[in-house]
Design a protein around this ligand. Sequence first.
Ligand code: ADE
Length: 283
Amino acid sequence: MQFDIITLLPQFFTSLQSAGLIGKAIEAGHIRLRIHDLRTFGIGRYRQVDDVAYGGGAGMVLRPEPIVAAIEHARTAARCRVLVLSPQGRLWHQRLARELARTCDQLILVCGRYEGIDERVTQFWADMEISIGDYVLMGGEIAAWVIVETIARLIPGVVGNPESLEMESFEQGLLDYPQYTRPANFRGYRVPEVLRSGDHARIAQWRRLQALKKTLQNRPDLLCTSLQRSPTWVSSWIRWLTALEQFFHNITVQRVEEGVDAPDHTKTRDEKDAHGSSGRTTG
Ligand code: ADE
């Protein structure tokens, strides 16, 4: 994938492009990244890129000529899409990232500044106008980088373990389950016991349950969207609910089998140590 970013702040990308997995992906040739300084396509001796708005109003608007010249300069591939970054665009999301990763060889990202970009560029030279969220940034640079990162990590070879891509947030229509690492007990807060049990089936059930809980807590809208989207989501939902059912079934069975000596897995805080309790449950 070739990314071309058209910007008035080329220096913004200097450290980003050499850092982390993106830097490695560029070195390995999985992705290519070119930054185009819009000023070099500016008009006249002063390389003018903006002007006052027709109809009046505060602030300056980016003129179409420099942007279109930069797009025409950047475009090299047949399967190329031009995206204009602006708060007025359609909302960026994982599904769109996947579609573009699959169907494009080149993405040209045009970063707006000031009061925006002359609408003729958006209407007649861009394929999409994209917003990364319902808030207004000072320009499109951060949004462009969000797009580079979300697409780059879908390109084979960029992220180490492709399995992790399938399991993560949004790919299943749910947020990701919580992750824990060492130490098992941090200042009295314990890692949930099930994750240390070695029982992979129970761990998978627990993770499904937690993903569902987090989604309900933080993004209930995702559940409605995924259910509406296609009937295949219904079967996926049945799998999730089955896991939920099995998880509770396991807990109940364990409690009954272990009787009064069953450890209380519902407490993640090490209350037993802290308060000198015997650790026996009452049920
Ligand atoms: N430029 C300013 N705000 C933006 C946003 N939310 N998304 C994309 N580009 C922007």
